[in-house]
Design a protein around this ligand. Structure first.
Ligand SMILES: [Zn+2]
Length: 382
């Protein structure tokens, strides 16, 4: 779908109806009118458009209280495709999905350093081109491209301001991709995108949710009433740089004792007594029963728990979802995470905050990139 088409698709009432069908399907026209307070003629005429566009389809499974069964409406997940990209720091992955997040095609590329802005954009464009031209793709329109970019992102201009691991600055991702593909492009920080993906696809219909990504770095995204919270100057969610020990190790940001300096992948291997061991090796050793590795991960769980207690006392989210490479060892960490929250939480409710590990696995960030576009399409005020 070209950018102009996207705008045509989007009117406030249309999004209200689309979102109602998405969250309440199957649903009848009468029920939509009742629940959205739009007039029945308005609902009928917009539903007619949505049927013509193919995004909504009809079935007649509705229950009737006498009289004929009402025609029920559903979202047709195959109506459109979306491209979602997880960009760096070590690789670029691009997926093509339907509206329900089912992956139709996937393209992976490795990044290398040193790398220039132009080389980075070249790899990004190649991965996206491959997904768009996927042989399995049927002749259906693509709504747009969502990019989950590591580092600091200006979401309005879609620019990567700082990509520290690649030592790049000011990459005009949105402008270049829109020019190249003539599609709508949304760019967001990867941890925030992951949070949105969790909220959209992870079955977390909650009023407030924090997703914390613990991998090579530590980042978080806050979703409040279905919306990402960015803060005044776009740094909300930088939980990785919350100080948990004044005398702790030096962090990549230059401060000492940041949460990230204790619990990110490289920080865990640095705390190990085994020289030159990788994070994967520590996970394997723990699986095999190695006491030092198990203790190291348990202690990591406790440190994560301390960061989460601070987060709970500040934000008081309904749910916390943990993801990222480090959480693959959840078996050894989650018990001490929960124990620490239970020990230190201020109230019973704080102690019992719902903490879980993402069910979307490695796809959480990619699906978050996809969700960046879905929010635009379905959300009346998105
Ligand atoms: Zn830091």
């Amino acid at each position: 779908m070209q950018r102009g088409t996207f705008q045509l698709m989007k009117s406030v009432n249309k999004s209200i109806i689309l979102n109602k069908v998405r969250t309440s399907e199957p649903i009848s026209r009468a029920q939509i009118a009742k629940e959205t307070k739009l007039t029945p003629p308005t609902v009928s005429s917009i539903v007619k458009e949505l049927l013509e566009e193919g995004i909504v389809r009809e079935s007649s499974l509705g229950e009737s209280k006498g009289g004929r069964k009402p025609t029920m409406l559903h979202i047709d997940p195959n109506a459109f495709y979306i491209v979602g990209v997880d960009a760096g720091p070590e690789s670029v992955t691009s997926i093509l999905t339907d509206l329900a997040g089912n992956i139709v095609h996937r393209a992976d590329s490795q990044l290398y350093t040193p790398i220039t802005n132009e080389q980075f954009m070249g790899i990004l464009k190649d991965a996206i081109r491959e997904t768009i031209l996927a042989p399995s793709r049927e002749k259906r329109d693509i709504i747009g491209i969502g990019v989950a970019m590591h580092g600091v992102v200006n979401i309005d201009s879609g620019t990567s301001l700082i990509a520290p691991n690649l030592k790049l600055k000011n990459i005009p991702i949105k402008a270049e991709l829109e020019r190249e593909f003539s599609l709508k492009v949304k760019v967001e920080n990867d941890a925030r995108a992951m949070a949105l993906g969790e909220s959209w696809f992870g079955g977390h219909a909650s009023s407030s949710m924090v997703a914390v990504n613990i991998g090579r770095g530590v980042g978080a995204g806050l979703v409040i009433n279905g919306k990402l919270y960015h803060g005044d100057r776009d740094i909300a969610g930088e939980i990785g740089h919350m100080t948990i020990d004044l005398n702790g190790p030096v962090c990549t940001c230059g401060n000492t004792g940041c949460l990230q300096a204790f619990v990110a992948g490289p920080a865990i291997t640095a705390r190990s007594q085994k020289e030159g061991v990788t994070g994967e090796e520590i996970a394997k050793l723990a699986q095999g029963g190695d006491k030092e590795a198990k203790d190291l991960l348990k202690e990591t769980g406790k440190l994560i728990g301390i960061g989460l207690v601070n987060l709970i006392h500040l934000v008081n989210p309904e749910k916390i979802v943990l993801g990222g490479g480090v959480m693959k060892s959840e078996k050894f960490m989650l018990p001490t995470v929960k124990e620490t929250i239970s020990d230190r939480g201020l109230t019973t409710d704080a102690k019992e905050t719902n903490v879980s590990v993402t069910k979307l696995g490695d796809h959480a960030t990619l699906l978050g990139a996809v969700a960046l576009l879905l929010v635009e399409l379905f959300d009346p005020v998105g």
